[in-house]
Design a protein around this ligand. Structure first.
Ligand code: GDP
Length: 306
């Protein structure tokens, strides 16, 4: 899944680990290679530099240089710094609020929003929670049909309107139904089409306001769905959603189709949001909670153990 960055790190560390002692020159060379590997994985130059600057003084500490396995200790330092870069804690959706908990999903068309809503719904209904979906992507009739199909399969209610109808009014009705019917969760889909930034701002802002009028402090989560296989251009476009919708976290969809799980590092860094879930396929079960510690463990699996 994360071949590129993993392979590079393995290469770099296996040579570092082989040497019985480390001097500053070797550490410098190793860190230069790490910086290069991060840059090749699309981590920004400033973050790659900061990463290396944070690791270097620790790696050159006397207790490391003098230890019997200095390379191993450097691996551990890099491991901890990567976990830090990814946001430390595993951040599940906060369900402590009084139900219903409204959650919005936003992102470019085709990024995987509807599928991710199905996956989240499966998670919630499996743990006994009752879910209402708001088919707020009124731009595309197919999106409404797709969501209705999932609702039927997964045992969720759905609130839908005519094609082209106001998404804020769908959100309003969905939240109202969730309140009246004592549902636990209300997930609102939104259109992925960007006509222009100001339309998007207005529409997403309006949906937010409608929800927060009904339930103070809501929406509790606004998840930005990112396609792991998308290029730089799509990532730039997706940045518009962060501000417009007040995003709280990322769902990184289609990670199964990407040879580069290493993409998580630059995505988390670029958006400054925690990756909460990763999508690993097209079925409702293909969603995993993202745990930075476990992810970095797996990424460095080959070199972490002595
Ligand atoms: P939306 O336009 O943002 O709602 O995107 P969709 O949910 O309709 O997804 C677009 C396409 O990507 C569909 O063909 C989905 O089946 C597919 N897709 C979504 N998530 C994943 C994933 O995690 N893995 C794979 N392989 N395909 C996905």
């Amino acid at each position: 899944m994360f071949e590129n960055l993993t392979n590079k790190f393995e290469e770099i560390f296996s040579s570092l680990k082989k040497s019985p002692s480390l001097d500053e020159k070797q550490v410098d060379e190793g860190l230069r290679n790490i910086r290069q590997a991060l840059l090749e994985a699309d981590v920004s130059l400033s973050v790659a530099k900061e990463f290396v600057n944070n690791v270097k003084p620790k790696a050159l500490g006397q207790e490391i240089i003098r230890s019997t396995s200095p390379g191993q200790m450097v691996v551990k330092i890099v491991h901890d710094e990567l976990v830090h870069l990814l946001g430390e804690s595993n951040s599940e959706i906060n369900l402590n609020a009084v139900p219903p908990v409204p959650i919005m999903l936003v992102g470019l068309q085709g990024s995987g929003k509807t599928t991710s809503i199905a996956k989240l719904t499966r998670r919630f209904t499996e743990s006994g929670l009752r879910v209402v979906l708001g088919a707020g992507d009124t731009f595309r009739a197919a999106a409404v049909e797709q969501l209705s199909m999932w609702a039927g399969r997964l045992g969720a209610e759905i609130v839908r309107g005519d094609p082209g109808s106001d998404p804020a009014s769908i959100a309003h009705r969905a939240v109202a139904q969730a309140v009246e019917g004592s549902f636990d969760i209300c997930i609102i889909d939104t259109a992925g089409r960007l006509q222009n930034q100001s339309n998007l701002m207005q529409e997403l802002g309006k949906i937010r306001r409608v929800i927060s009028k009904q339930i103070p402090d809501a929406p509790h989560e606004v998840l930005l769905v990112i396609d792991a296989t998308a290029g730089q251009n799509a990532l730039s476009q997706a940045e518009g959603f962060k501000e417009a919708a007040g995003c709280t976290g990322i769902v990184l969809a289609k990670l199964d189709g990407s040879a580069r799980g290493g993409v998580i590092v630059p995505v988390a860094q670029r958006f400054g949001l925690p990756v909460k879930f990763v999508g690993l396929g097209e079925s409702a079960d293909d969603l995993a909670t993202f745990d930075p510690e476990a992810f970095v463990d797996a990424m460095l699996e080959g070199v972490l153990k002595p």
